[in-house]
Design a binder for this molecule. Structure first.
Ligand code: UDP
Length: 313
């Protein structure tokens, strides 16, 4: 069976390609390498069942496959805001191209959607039935509204053409293969702590997130694609909610670091609270995260220790 992973050289994509190969699939990995990296997939290239193609999904291409995971899009706020027009183009035009491909070959297709579709949520924790609270003209809209439009396209292709779809709403995820300059909070704090630089807390650090370790996320995505017939969206994430100040303290403790804390302004539109309700994933996929934050952070710190140059400030 052939599986296409768009965004396959990215953080989640590269772990997914590796998992699919161990499950015996033939994997086609597509990435334009804007935020993805060849380093993440270097070790897979010697596998005969793995093919990497440098390709932007905004330009139509043709490849016959049985399953598609659509992960292509920069996901870190600093990266998706760098070229917001390209971000929304990827989420709308790119997604449309991939849906057309799935339609042509009658492939089952899974969309990597996001907790960002809930915006700055007024319902807590967030259930799949919540429609969200999104600013359509804010600096996060290229991603939030783009991903919302992506879901709309998925359900329209399902209703109009009977396309076999899956939609995962992915909450904050972390672990090895995150880029050093990814810009998201866990990689930023770990890199800062290892280098002995100040830990940059945006706002007062009271905002919360719920962080899922990559291994758990990959198991959830694979189960949703191959072991369920759920068409409606499914939240995938770890409901262990922490505030950003706690996260900073925990990372300093685990890295034996006494870095100072630098408080910087909270970016515009930064959600106050986020925590998934995962009852649907639990009952339908029989899935829930098993790696707690402490364990996941230790494993992520070990990874970054190998790559971060401690002397370079
Ligand atoms: N954040 C922070 N310092 C950083 C990077 C992020 O305090 O160096 C905060 C950010 O303002 C947000 C939270 O950490 O409240 C999570 O940010 P991230 O960019 O990881 O993901 P988001 O959930 O906002 O997309």
């Amino acid at each position: 069976m052939k599986v296409l992973v768009t965004g396959g050289a990215g953080f989640i994509g590269s772990h997914l390609c590796e998992k699919l190969l161990t499950l015996g699939y033939e994997v086609f990995c597509i990435d334009n390498l804007f935020t993805g990296s060849i380093i993440n997939i270097q070790h897979l290239k010697k596998n005969k069942s793995f093919t990497f193609i440098k390709q932007n999904i905004n330009i139509p291409f043709d490849i016959e496959v049985d399953f598609i995971f659509n992960l292509a899009c920069p996901a870190s706020p600093i990266h998706y805001q760098m070229n917001p027009v390209e971000t929304i183009r990827t989420n709308v035009l790119g997604t449309l191209n991939i849906l057309e491909l799935a339609k042509k070959y009658n492939a089952r297709i899974l969309q990597a959607s996001t907790s960002e579709i809930y915006g700055d949520p007024l319902e807590h924790p967030q259930k799949e039935s919540y429609w969200g609270n999104v600013n359509p003209i804010g600096i996060r809209a290229c991603y939030d509204e783009g991903k919302r439009a992506g879901e709309t396209l998925f359900y329209d292709f399902h209703r109009q053409y009977g396309l076999d779809i899956r939609v995962a709403r992915i909450f904050n995820t972390y672990g090895p293969n995150m880029a050093i300059d990814d810009g998201r909070v866990i990689s930023n704090f770990i890199v800062q702590a290892i280098k002995g630089n100040s830990i940059t807390i945006y706002g007062d650090g009271s905002q919360t997130r719920s962080f899922c370790f990559i291994e758990d996320m990959i198991n959830g995505l694979v189960k949703l694609m191959f072991n369920s017939n759920r068409v409606n969206p499914v939240n995938l994430g770890n409901p262990q909610e922490v505030n950003i100040k706690y996260l900073a303290d925990e990372i300093c403790k685990l890295t034996n670091n006494n870095s100072k804390t630098e408080y910087l302004p909270l970016p515009e539109g930064d959600p106050v609270r986020r925590k998934p309700n995962i009852d649907i994933a639990k009952s339908i996929l029989h899935w829930e995260p098993i790696i707690d934050l402490h364990t996941g952070l230790v494993r992520t710190i070990n990874y970054f220790n190998k790559f971060v140059n401690k002397n370079e400030k």
